[in-house]
Structure formats: structure tokens, C-alpha cells
Design a protein around this ligand. Structure first.
Ligand SMILES: CCCCCCCCCCCCC/C=C/C(=O)SCCNC(=O)CCNC(=O)[C@H](O)C(C)(C)COP(=O)(O)OP(=O)(O)OC[C@H]1O[C@@H](n2cnc3c(N)ncnc32)[C@H](O)[C@@H]1OP(=O)(O)O
Length: 242
């Protein structure tokens, strides 16, 4: 009997040790990830500011930072993984929509359609993303260190009120500017007849993507407003999608 109890206690101790090790590894990884991402977006901020002051124009700015932007924004795909394996307490759906819309903008719009790269709207969403991400990743870093300065917490849960709509305006205006080029070049489209017997028109796909902002954006925005009430005002909120 006594040996049974001892075995049970031993098993519990082992499980607790495993959990602790897992949590240490997860925290160390998140620390590395958040510092790398803060640094990446800071590099982008400095590069954009320098370019603008040296050249006196936004033309060519996107091309000058494209590689760094593509690298760090693509790296953010890992965030969906973090949610999926449960090392951060964020919804996979919310993060998935946020990250996929960014990846889409970077690879399937600005990277693919050179003619839009000098649009002012590209600069608008780049500036908004940069400010947002420097704040967000430093928020996570300082939270992990358990020394979160209030101004970072305040910025994370207030700036999005203006930044989110501005980012969406920049993204939508850029997709809209891309439409005529996509139609003219017939890019990423598949016309019938073909051996697969399917047709796909990227032009109409882009219109559908633009329309999908109507139901999706308010969900992300209201999610952030709920998070704001929870974090800044201590309200207890039950999330439906988690
Ligand atoms: C095929 C094409 C598809 C296209 C689809 C198109 C439709 C798109 C429509 C939508 C359009 C969106 C366009 C977006 C534009 C912009 O981004 S504009 C710029 C403004 N943007 C923002 O302000 C972004 C706001 N978004 C976010 O902050 C996040 O992306 C989020 C995922 C929404 C955050 O979610 P939230 O639930 O608020 O999570 P958090 O509070 O941040 O985290 C919860 C807990 O988890 C911890 N945590 C999370 N990540 C980390 C991490 N990396 N490291 C450490 N810890 C982390 C966090 O600390 C929290 O912990 P607790 O406090 O203990 O709960």
C-alpha cells in the first residue's frame, strides 16, 4: 500500500518535472523569437526612415527593404504554430487570419505586382505594421521578463484603435491599385480549356479578398477591444472561439 502511494508520488513528481522543462524550453524559445522579431522590425523602421531622409521620396523605398520585410513577415507564420501547440494563449483562428492576410499582402500583392510597389498606400501599411509590431513584440518580451513598462502595455492596447483601420485602408488601397495590372496580365489565372478543366481568375479572387475584410476585420478589431478591456481595465471576458 505504502509502496503504491510512493509510486504515485514519484509519477506525479516526474510529470511535474517534465512540465517544468517544457515550460522552460517554451519560454526560452519565445524570448528568442520576440527579441528577434523586435530587432527585425526595428531594423525595418531605421531602414525606412533613413531611405526617406536620404532620398527625399518614398519611391524605391519598398524595394530597398523588401528582402528584410519578406523574411520577418514570413517568420511570423511560426505564431500560428505557437497557438496550435499551446505555448501561447491566443486563438489559432484570430492569429491565422491576421498572419495570412499579412503574408498574402507581402508575397501575392507587393512582391508579385511590381507596379504597386511605389504606391503611397504601401508606405501607409508598412509604417503601420512596423509601429504595431515593434510595440507588440516588445510587449511580449517585457511580459516574459515580468518587467513590463506601463507605456508599452498602454501603447499595445491603445494604438491599434487607430493603427488597425489605417493598416486596413493601406492594404485595401494597394489591392485596389493592383487590380488593373492583374487583369491586364492575367496573372495567377487559369483559363479554360486546360487539362485540369478548371478556371481561376486572380482578378475576381482579389475582389473576393477585399470583400472578405468586411466580415473579418470587425471580428479582429472587436477581439482587440475586448483584450483591451481585459488587460487595461481588468474585465473578465469569455472568448467564444477559444
Ligand atoms: C488567402 C488570403 C487570405 C486573406 C484574408 C483577408 C482577410 C483579412 C481581414 C483582416 C484584415 C486584417 C488586416 C491587418 C492589418 C494590420 O495588421 S494593421 C496593423 C494593426 N494591427 C494590429 O494592431 C494587430 C493586432 N493584432 C494582434 O495583436 C495579434 O495579431 C493578435 C493575434 C490579434 C493578438 O491576439 P491576442 O488574442 O490579443 O493575443 P495577445 O494578448 O497578444 O496574447 C495572448 C496571450 O498569449 C501571450 N503571447 C502571445 N504571443 C506571444 C509571444 N509571441 N510571446 C510570448 N507570449 C505571447 C500574451 O502575452 C498573452 O498572455 P497572457 O497575458 O498571459 O494572456
Amino acid at each position: 500500500m505504502a509502496s503504491g502511494e510512493e509510486d504515485g508520488a514519484l509519477e506525479e513528481k516526474e510529470t511535474n518535472n517534465k512540465k517544468r522543462t517544457k515550460s522552460i524550453i517554451a519560454t526560452a524559445w519565445l524570448m528568442f523569437y520576440n527579441i528577434a522579431m523586435t530587432a527585425g522590425w526595428l531594423v525595418l523602421a531605421v531602414a525606412m526612415t533613413r531611405y526617406y531622409f536620404q532620398k527625399g521620396t518614398h519611391k524605391g523605398l519598398y524595394r530597398s527593404i523588401a528582402r528584410t520585410l519578406k523574411f520577418f513577415q514570413t517568420f511570423a507564420l511560426l505564431e500560428v504554430g505557437h497557438c496550435a501547440i499551446g505555448i501561447v494563449r491566443t486563438s489559432v483562428i484570430v492569429t491565422g487570419v491576421q498572419v495570412s492576410s499579412r503574408i498574402f499582402m507581402v508575397w501575392f500583392i507587393t512582391h508579385s505586382i511590381r507596379q504597386v510597389q511605389n504606391q503611397e498606400s504601401v508606405i501607409l501599411f508598412l509604417v503601420v505594421w512596423t509601429v504595431t509590431e515593434i510595440t507588440r513584440y516588445s510587449f511580449y518580451t517585457f511580459s516574459l521578463l515580468k518587467h513590463l513598462p506601463y507605456f508599452i502595455k498602454w501603447a499595445r492596447y491603445n494604438m491599434f484603435i487607430v493603427m488597425y483601420p489605417l493598416g486596413v485602408i493601406g492594404e485595401l488601397m494597394t489591392i485596389y491599385a493592383a487590380l488593373p495590372y492583374v487583369r491586364k496580365a492575367g496573372m495567377y489565372s487559369l483559363r479554360l480549356p486546360n487539362k485540369y478543366n478548371v478556371s481561376f481568375d486572380y482578378y475576381y479572387f482579389l475582389i473576393i479578398v477585399m470583400l472578405s475584410y468586411i466580415p473579418l476585420f470587425p471580428q479582429l478589431y472587436f477581439h482587440m477591444l475586448r483584450q483591451r478591456r481585459k488587460v487595461l481595465h481588468g474585465e473578465v471576458i469569455v472568448e467564444k472561439d477559444e
